[in-house]
Design a protein around this ligand. Sequence first.
Ligand code: NAP
Length: 246
Amino acid sequence: MYEDKKNAIVTGAARGIGKEIAIGLAKKGLNVVVSDIMKEEAEKTANEIKKLGVKAIVVIADVSKPDDAVRLVKETVDAFGSVDFLINNAGITRDNLAVRMSEADWDLVLNINLKGTFLCTQAAVKEMMKKRFGRIVNISSVSGILGTAGQVNYAASKAGVMALTKTFAREYGARNITTNAIAPGYIITEMTEKLPESVREEYLKNIPLKRGGTPEDISNVVNFLISPEGSYITGTTINVSGGLVI
Ligand code: NAP
């Protein structure tokens, strides 16, 4: 990791992939802002992180709310002095066939997954530009590459995240800010435990590596993308799916 860049925000960090990303960053010596809408769980995660010998604070923020995104960045700067790394991980699903999907479920998923990523990135980039340094990783999904039946809102939001990633990469590369995305495949978390058994079996059938991924598989790639070794990569999406997408 960089000697003098120490401060990271992870959204949706209370549990699942976000929690593992937050722990992975702490293991590399970074201070972590654990941001989520679930206070109790977020505090548990922050306490686990502090045991790793770094600083951790909780900022309760709904990424889809512009004021929350701005406050998230402000509270990070107030507590740690800078935002060096931003991991936009908060995301939800509200699945249904397209013909049955309500406008409310369309809006909710787009607002959290896509608009939330935009709002947090916009707020963080303003700070990163002042320091001429920033590393941003957006958690997209293979659904945004493949399209997934029953997930028109989710797939569209995650495809949008990939396009947003490319655009931020082009606009802020000259300020030494890289923006990349990860498209996880089938990762075993509470989100995917909710899927019907038949859907999970179908995934496994199509994964050449014949296993679901772990949150750590994603955290490892985040650590690479924000490290000096990953500093010449920007605007890309790395598919971490055991070969589900080839
Ligand atoms: P998860 O276990 O449901 O965790 C997501 C976290 O984000 C939860 O703590 C959730 O809080 C929080 N969150 C929800 N809405 C939020 C908001 N408006 N503002 C801030 N935080 C919010 O999901 P996960 O499986 O770890 O997924 C993490 C990311 O990976 C998501 O972007 C997801 O789309 C992506 N992904 C996951 C998989 C997979 O197989 N699991 C595959 C591809 C991509 P609540 O619990 O209160 O909602």
